[in-house]
Design a protein around this ligand. Sequence first.
Ligand code: PAF
Length: 281
Amino acid sequence: MMVITSPGEMTRFAESARASGKRIGLVPTMGFLHEGHLTLMREGRRQSSVLVASIFVNPTQFCPGEDFARYPRNFERDCAMLQTVPVDIVFAPEPSAMYSPDAQTWVEAGEITSGLCGPHRPGHFRGVTTVVAKLFNIVKPHLAVFGEKDFQQLRAIQKMVRDLNFDVEIIPVPIVREKDGLAMSSRNAYLSPAEREDALALSLALRAAREKHRAGACCAEEIEFAAIRVLKRMRGVAIEYVEAVDAETLARHPSLERPILIAIAARVGKTRLIDNTVLQP
Ligand code: PAF
């Protein structure tokens, strides 16, 4: 496994791999890897002949007051985990190599980022789509793998790829959960044992929403209420939003005749967690 930190060197490597007929897969991450990331890596491995994992804690997707400085990092441990996949290249640039001080160009995916996490994290999605566009230009992948846990991010990236004609196939991978249902996330590392218990409310709330949908809910709001009821029972959980939206467009007031996304964001102590599930009609 080779570690590359220079965007120029990464691009030269990618160009020569492409010239020799290799299929490049990219799994973008911000590091502090867990089993969920490794599932993405294994899917990337299955579908590509050269697998690149990027590790870059992207400053432009953190809003003021968010956890950029204290975001968990452990490069050595990440590399040891990536070696087990195995990954061919770890692309780990410094922020100064990715953004020149006078950079002023952004990629914004529009309407799809206006709801759910959008209003709570101003500037977040434009940071994500901008860095992913840059990674695509640098790594030149044929395919890129993203988790469905960040469902709105996945839809924003799919939209960007379509709208800007990126020649990259986006491979979505379902959420990986702990045995008790908690969705895996690097931010779970912030939770105390008591908060870790409280955090289970998110997956339990999604389960309640699924049951209400299966039992024949009359409307999306009724499904939202079923989830909210479960979250409210847990004192350590502060709801940011619980929304049922169209799983394709992420628009409010979805028709129950179509797949709907139930998305939750909540704070457990100081930690902001998200989770979701897609309900089929
Ligand atoms: O999902 C993440 O870890 C990040 O948002 C991503 C896609 C690596 C961009 O920084």
